[in-house]
Ligand binder design. Structure first.
Ligand code: MLT
Length: 268
């Protein structure tokens, strides 16, 4: 069910129950230039789990953030939990959604029963990555949003998958192009300036999930696997033949891993 709320006067859209769910919910955050529809391929396989999907500020139906800071995106997660009267959840984020989930974990560790990083890692941007994002901002401001988005998505998939599934890649490009310039620019600025969260993982009071793709060009597995050694309890999955988009490239396995992690965390 699609719901809306106002967080600091800004419209936020989320999908899920209207009232407090029974048990610990699984809250899913999408990545950059995407929205809650990202999770569609895994949803049928998560039946029986109270799932909440949030459109991050500036994407889907949600208004752009008050400021381009990860803390503002994390506040929105908090606003949705408060609205639904949820004390604790299992929070899982894909890529940029993982960065938001880490920021939330730093601020509200007591509200997490589990933290899921789906193709995400805790490290801050390298100077090279920041420069790429700066160039992205310039492009989008120069009315080249369509070109920017068209270049972005093919590289997120393992090459063989992208070649065999052009319609999947095209659908994500079309959806990415619908996202407003303000949302794209705010996300790029927030990712550029985000903090390193290795210490957050080191002191995490709940289990952490790492779902990684062996062919991920954005979150190289060697780097992310190092981070998997930080939490006290980690559930680590490295998927072969998968890039940055496990929910499309391996939906059954991705759903199975998410539901297994949710079951483990909510039984504790
Ligand atoms: C994402 O998919 O959210 C982004 O590619 C993450 C990033 O650029 O670091």
């Amino acid at each position: 069910m699609k719901n809306t709320l106002l967080a600091n006067g800004h419209r936020i859209v989320y999908h899920g129950p209207r009232d407090t769910p029974k048990g610990i919910p699984l809250v899913l955050l999408h990545g950059f230039c995407e929205d809650s529809t990202l999770w569609a391929p895994v949803l049928p396989r998560l039946r029986g789990i109270p799932v909440i999907r949030i459109d991050l500020p500036g994407f889907g139906g949600s208004a752009p953030p008050l400021a381009p800071e990860m803390a503002v995106y994390a506040d929105v997660v908090c606003a949705v939990l408060n609205e639904l009267g949820i004390a604790r959840c299992v929070l899982a984020g894909h890529s940029m959604g993982g960065y938001v989930a880490l920021e939330f974990a730093a601020q509200h560790p007591e509200r997490l029963a589990g933290l899921g990083l789906v193709h995400a890692h805790p490290f801050a941007d390298t100077p090279e990555r920041r420069e790429n994002r700066r160039r992205g901002i310039q492009m989008v401001h120069a009315r080249k949003k369509h070109l920017y988005v068209a270049q972005l998505f093919p590289g997120l998939f393992a090459p063989a998958f992208a070649q065999a599934h052009p319609k999947t890649v095209d659908a994500l490009i079309r959806n990415g192009r619908r996202q407003p310039v303000a949302g794209i620019v705010a996300a790029l600025k927030s990712m550029m300036n985000r903090a390193d969260h290795t210490a957050t993982l080191g002191t995490l009071p709940c289990p952490a999930l790492f779902l990684l793709g062996q062919q991920d060009a954005i979150v190289p597995p060697a780097q992310a696997l190092g981070a998997a050694a930080l939490p006290r309890v980690a559930d680590v999955h490295l998927l072969p033949d998968v890039g940055h988009m496990g929910m499309f490239e391996a939906p059954d396995r991705t759903a199975e891993i998410l539901s297994g992690f949710w079951r483990f965390c909510s039984a504790k």
